[in-house]
Write a protein that binds this ligand. Structure first.
Ligand code: APR
Length: 257
């Protein structure tokens, strides 16, 4: 196991050193992949799932984020997603989201590749100007009919009718991936492919406890990539990291530019 080159939490100096070392490396590599989690949206006022005031500390994922829960009580599930949509609609992307959009532009300007893989369904990366995102867990602004399967964008918050109905009369469900469901086929393959050919992978604001997403850093490592973690707290893949930047992504990511 490779020991992380700089992980000394109390010495901000080290974080500064790591930031300048990582910034230099990012300016030299032809391919960068980033994986983001709920932590990148925390500074925008969106609660994480497992953090101190995390959603799963207050709500039961089994009662709200599974196909069984929806079959059992679609209204309850939609009340929760409607509440989250209203919260997200009032939120703004933060410095972390904008920094990644800028990093992508700079990579494109030097004919390098930049892949943004996100576990987030909040759409804040899109609103910050990021493009061609690989959304592993779907999108809270998409709805899909459980009858005819039609998928459409719906940004109504709050929703007039709970649960909302499709034109065919059947219930609409949130366009997100629930526990026990498959990740969107093409999206997952493209994420694995990007990680298996990247030179640097940034893993930002995720506890790296939910698979298969948390396994992507290992794919990148096994392919010889360097891994950088941005998180104020330890995550499930710190042992894979070459750089660990202990801090808030909204503060650290802009400094990588
Ligand atoms: N900047 C960077 N990281 C942060 C910040 C911040 N400002 N605030 C919190 N974090 C970190 C936390 O320390 C934690 O490690 O973000 C992480 C959030 O972890 P989780 O709440 O577990 O969220 P995530 O990893 O995205 O969850 C994965 O689980 O519930 C499912 O589908 C849901 O996509 C989600 C998946």
């Amino acid at each position: 196991m490779r020991v992380a080159t700089s992980i000394l939490r109390p010495f901000w100096g080290c974080v500064d050193d790591s930031i300048s070392a990582l910034r230099r490396a990012l300016n030299e590599v032809e391919s960068i992949v980033t994986l983001t989690g709920a932590g990148i949206s925390a500074e925008s006022g969106i609660p994480t799932f497992r953090g101190k005031d995390g959603l799963w500390r207050k709500f039961s994922p089994q009662a709200l984020a599974t196909p069984e829960a929806f079959r059992r009580d679609p209204k309850l599930v939609w009340e929760w997603y409607d509440w989250r949509r209203c919260l997200i609609q009032k939120a703004e992307p933060n410095g972390g989201h904008y920094a990644l959009a800028e990093l992508a532009r700079r990579q494109a300007a030097r004919s390098g590749s930049f892949t943004l893989i996100t576990q987030n369904v909040d759409g804040l990366h899109d609103r910050a100007g990021s493009q061609n995102l690989l959304k592993l867990h779907g999108d809270i602004w998409l709805v899909r009919c459980v009858g005819c399967g039609k998928e459409q964008c719906n940004e109504e918050a709050p929703l007039k009718e709970l649960p909302p109905r499709c034109d065919c009369g059947a219930w609409l469900r949130p366009g997100v991936v629930w526990f026990g469901e498959e990740l969107p086929r093409g999206v997952w393959e493209r994420a694995v492919e990007a990680c298996s050919r990247t030179k640097i992978m940034l893993v930002i604001g995720t506890s790296a406890t939910v698979y298969p997403a948390a396994g992507l850093a290992k794919v990148a490592r096994n392919a010889g990539a360097q891994v950088a973690v941005v998180n104020p707290d330890p995550s499930g893949i710190d042992d894979l990291a070459d750089w660990i930047l202990r801090g808030l992504s909204g503060e650290i990511l802009p400094r990588l530019l």
